[in-house]
Every structure is written in structure tokens, then in C-alpha cells.
Design a protein. Structure first.
Length: 387
């Protein structure tokens, strides 16, 4: 029986060693964030049914009702499921290797001179994939327990880290010139990127990035069907497990290997992928379509805006009103709605300008820096409205 071993360990070399040991034995791993509250951890374990769990002390415990994995399965990453319970995305050693080698080729990685630095949670594919790239390309690796700007920069200055993956908020806190190449993912990238950075597009199902700067990696392909991004290639998951899917796994790809991402986008004349965001995030206002990410990118450049999320609030006149939920750079001098509208209109169609402004102290974000739009939408606040 091939075990599915839940690793409830923090990021670090002990995690890497336990994962490598499981692989040497022909087993697969399920990374679990040890900071999860106990009810959330229990819900994850009930849904994904690992056979063994290893905790921070290295203690190995058999799990009741565990279900084995197939030969060739390498890891399972938990993500949101259709039933509310976590579902698992199953990747094989073949898909992990395809992703690692495609990245190495795109970044021209040299095992003799390069070193990967992981400073993202390893319970998410963005952090785990940094480890996989290093292991499968024979590159030096350092894994930090969490992001710390000073330690990240010291890793580059003093310990030979030349490559890393960062979310935009982390990128803004370090000197990017310390690294040879930086992969930027997670949240929408900043408008102005350092020349050594590449913007990645991918998801758990693609085992990390499937495009860099809009261009497919390795043998990956992208197409647009009715406005939705679909992808195909050797980096894709084998199947889903748990969260409403059978524990032996269910393949979500179609008969020709295409995976429907539920992201909206388009291909430009050069075949470069442009991502608009999740299809459910689209705001239809007065019959016009507005993508929140585009408006957020413009508003983020306003000097009075520290952080911003753009959502659609139900509105009797417009159907949905484009609403800017803003953390002010200076709470004593918050931005005015008219100024934000004018700022957006200078770059985008007038219908994309926010009609409402909500001021907040902070925005809810995931560990990878993505705005939790559902949480923002679920918390209506008094708003300044345009006439």
C-alpha cells in the first residue's frame, strides 16, 4: 500500500527531509499548515483521509480510516472543495518533475551557481513548488520558516540564494536586485516590476506556474473557450480527492486533456495570455463589464491608497456598483471618491471608475497575499457614493 503521509510540520529542512523519506519509500505527502486551528485540521483530515500523520516532533501516528494513494503519486495539496470540505489536488512525480524542469529551462537555472530560497508556506503549492524545483533540478535550497525581509536579503547577500518566489507585498519589502531572478505570484502583480522579475500564472491544479509573463512553460498550452482560460500539459494534476470527490481520485480534465480553470482571460496577437481574474469576480454595472483586478492596479498607484479591493455591491440603478474598499495611506487624510474616480478615468473607461468608496483599516488576505473578496463582500460598510 502506498501511504499518504500528512506532514504537519512548519517550513524548514526537517519538512524537506520527511518528504524525501516518504518519496524514497514510494509514498506521497499531504502538507498541513501546523498553525491551522484544530477544527480546521480535523476537517481536512476527515476529507482527505491520509494514512499516517507526522507532527512537529517527528512522531508518526497511524490515521484511522486512511485511504492509500496510487503508485507514482507524489503529493496532495488541500484546496477549497465544492461541498465546503477541503478537496485534495493530486500530483504525480511526473507532473512535479515536468513543472520543475520547465521552470529551470525558462529561468536558465545553473545548479553550479544558483540557489533557491523558499519563504512561502509549504502547505500551498507556491511554496512547495520552490522545494520541488530545487530537489528535481539539483539546485541548492534554503527554506525559511516564514517571510522576513531581513533574513530573505541576508540569504541572497551571504548564503548564495539567487532565485526565489515572492508575493507582491513581500517583493515591495526587499531589494530585488539581490536576486538573479524572482518569480512573482499569488496576488495581482504591481504595475512596475523589477527587470529580473517574471509574473507567473498558475494554480494548485497546474502544480505552480504554467505561464511566465503570459507565455506557456514547457509543453503547456493555453486556449480561451467562451472567455474562460483552459490549459493543457504534463504539469497538470492527476485527479481530485475528497471534498465531494472519490478518495481514489477523479480526473477533472476533458477527454483531450484540457482543464477548465474558471479564470477569465484572453490571448493577444502574440499568443500571450492576459488574465482578467476569476469569472465570478466580474462586475456587470449598467450593462458594462468591469474586471476588479484592472481597477485595483490603477487605484493602487494613487498616493492616498495603501491597499485596495474592488468589488460589486448590489445597486438598484446600476445592477452592481463598482465599489473601492480602501486602506488609506494616511487615515487622517483619506482619499476622496471624486479623486479616485478621476484617477481611474485617466486610464480606464469611465464605467470602471468606482461609484462607491468604503474605508477600512485592513483588507482580508490569504497567506499568499490574495484578497479574500468573499469576505470583503460579506462585510457591507457605510459608503461614500457618487451623485
Amino acid at each position: 500500500m502506498r501511504e499518504l503521509i500528512a506532514l504537519a510540520l512548519p517550513p524548514g529542512m526537517p519538512f524537506v527531509e520527511q518528504m524525501q523519506r516518504a518519496w524514497d519509500d514510494g509514498d506521497a505527502v499531504l502538507p498541513i499548515d501546523p498553525r491551522l486551528p484544530l477544527p480546521a485540521r480535523d476537517r481536512l483530515l476527515r476529507s482527505l483521509r491520509p494514512t499516517v500523520m507526522i507532527d512537529e516532533s517527528g512522531t508518526r501516528t497511524a490515521c484511522a480510516d486512511g485511504v492509500a494513494v496510487r503508485d507514482g503519486d507524489a503529493f496532495v495539496i488541500a484546496t477549497s472543495g465544492s461541498t465546503g470540505d477541503p478537496k485534495g489536488v493530486i500530483h504525480t512525480h511526473a507532473s512535479a518533475r515536468a513543472s520543475a524542469l520547465a521552470t529551470a529551462a525558462a529561468l536558465e537555472v545553473d545548479p553550479a551557481t544558483d540557489g533557491w530560497l523558499c519563504c512561502l508556506p509549504v502547505s500551498h503549492v507556491a511554496g512547495l513548488s520552490v522545494i520541488l524545483r530545487a530537489l528535481m533540478s539539483g539546485v541548492r535550497l534554503e527554506v525559511l520558516p516564514a517571510f522576513d525581509a531581513a533574513i530573505v536579503q541576508a540569504a541572497a547577500r551571504e548564503r548564495g540564494a539567487t532565485l526565489t518566489t515572492l508575493v507582491p507585498t513581500a517583493l515591495a519589502r526587499v531589494d530585488p536586485s539581490l536576486f538573479r531572478r524572482i518569480v512573482v505570484g499569488g496576488a495581482a502583480p504591481p504595475k512596475h516590476l523589477p527587470p529580473n522579475a517574471v509574473v507567473s500564472y498558475g494554480m494548485t491544479e497546474t502544480g505552480s506556474a504554467i505561464t511566465y509573463d503570459g507565455l506557456p512553460l514547457g509543453d503547456a498550452e493555453c486556449r480561451i473557450v467562451d472567455g474562460e482560460i483552459q490549459v493543457r500539459g504534463s504539469v497538470l494534476l492527476r485527479a481530485y480527492r475528497g471534498g465531494g470527490y472519490p478518495l481514489e481520485g477523479e480526473d477533472p480534465k476533458d477527454a483531450h486533456g484540457w482543464f477548465a480553470t474558471d479564470d477569465a482571460g484572453e490571448l493577444d496577437a502574440a499568443g500571450r495570455l492576459l488574465v482578467h481574474g476569476r469569472r465570478g469576480d466580474l462586475i456587470v454595472t449598467g450593462g458594462e463589464k468591469v474586471w476588479p483586478v484592472e481597477v485595483e492596479r490603477v487605484l493602487a498607484l494613487h498616493p492616498a491608497v495603501a491597499e485596495v479591493a474592488v468589488i460589486g455591491r448590489a445597486d438598484a440603478e446600476w445592477g452592481h456598483a463598482v465599489t473601492a474598499v480602501v486602506v488609506a495611506s494616511d487615515p487622517a487624510a483619506p482619499p476622496r471618491l471624486d479623486d479616485l474616480r478621476a484617477h481611474v478615468k485617466a486610464e480606464l473607461p469611465s464605467y470602471a471608475a468606482p461609484r462607491q468608496l468604503e474605508l477600512v483599516n485592513a483588507l482580508p488576505r490569504t497567506l499568499l497575499g490574495k484578497i479574500e473578496r468573499r469576505t470583503v463582500l460579506a462585510a457591507p460598510r457605510p459608503a461614500v457614493k457618487s451623485p
